[in-house]
Design a protein around this ligand. Structure first.
Ligand SMILES: NC(=O)c1ccc[n+]([C@@H]2O[C@H](COP(=O)([O-])OP(=O)(O)OC[C@H]3O[C@@H](n4cnc5c(N)ncnc54)[C@H](OP(=O)(O)O)[C@@H]3O)[C@@H](O)[C@H]2O)c1
Length: 260
């Protein structure tokens, strides 16, 4: 019989987590480390990665912090080169870095605002997948988890934000496209669509608009925000061999928000 602990373990693996200085990414990195993986963490400001690196070390694993803007092709290529130089491989990519919604009505959204969201959430996510894919393909092995959003599934009530919603729908579509392209190389590609979590973008908006916060909570059947540790634990399970037969899927984790 298969050993459950072995199946779920990330022992000996190398995971790259984008957008790991704060919010969800800062929680994903140490959870993946607890599961046994060495971790590469990145964002645009290296000094903000120190705390995440310490949390990875506390879990007993190596952390490599790299300053990298996911929208800059040469920086993403340099990041992958550095990781290969240090660890020799990449087993897991958590494509998490993203920018928040520009909460403006469509008729007031400039092309510049529109493009900035699409550039980070779609182009940046693609660039990281493409460059990491290039080193996974020859190994015939790899797992990519793209962080989409329920905004890729539905339009969030009480918010404007066409560009954010469109960008996350694109992440869901990109996940399916890459899954099909790379299945012959044994690379699986999944997306996770989280609902509402207590990170900076939501916190700023809800603190300014407490009535919207209550309305949003009321729209969630479980009547609370998601707990980041639940999501991190789930991401670590998804990154394990348990999901080797899953590819192209988007998993929604939203307290039931999209159920009604
Ligand atoms: N929180 C939620 O409730 C929720 C729900 C659904 C989906 N999501 C998605 O989950 C992901 C994380 O969200 P979050 O709430 O944790 O956001 P956050 O707290 O704003 O953190 C975003 C992270 O991404 C990094 N980042 C942003 N732009 C980057 C770029 N161009 N290159 C490299 N790193 C970049 C940021 O660091 P620097 O600014 O230093 O680069 C930071 O580490 C996003 O894709 C978001 O859309 C979040």
């Amino acid at each position: 019989m298969a050993d459950f602990h072995q199946l779920i373990s990330l022992e000996g693996k190398v995971a790259v987590v984008t957008g790991a200085s704060k919010g969800l990414g800062a929680a994903f990195a140490p959870m993946l480390a607890q599961a046994g993986s060495d971790i590469v963490i990145l964002c645009r400001h290296k000094k903000y990665l120190d705390e995440t690196a310490r949390a990875v070390h506390r879990a007993g694993r190596k952390a490599l912090a790299i300053e990298c803007d996911i929208t800059r092709e040469s920086q993403v290529q340099g990041m992958v080169k550095q990781v290969i130089g240090e660890f020799g491989k990449i087993d897991i990519l958590i494509n998490n870095a993203g920018t928040e919604r520009i909460n403006r009505a469509p008729e007031e959204t400039s092309l510049e605002d529109w493009t900035s969201v699409m550039h980070t959430n779609v182009d940046g996510t693609f660039l990281c997948a493409r460059e990491v894919g290039k080193v996974m393909v020859p190994r015939r092995k790899g797992k990519i988890i793209n962080i989409a959003s329920i905004s890729g599934q539905v339009i969030n009530k009480y918010f404007h934000g066409g560009s954010y919603d469109v960008s996350k729908s694109a992440v869901v579509a990109l996940t399916k496209a890459l899954a099909v392209e790379w299945a012959p190389y044994n690379i699986t590609v999944l997306a996770v669509s989280p609902g509402y979590y207590d990170t900076d973008p939501n916190r700023k908006w809800f603190e300014k608009n407490p009535e919207i916060y209550s309305n949003v909570i009321d729209m969630i059947p479980l009547k609370r925000l998601g707990a980041i540790e639940e999501l991190s634990g789930f991401i670590a399970c998804l990154a394990s061999d348990v999901t080797n037969y899953m590819t192209g899927s988007t998993i929604v984790i939203d307290g039931g928000y999209t159920a009604w």
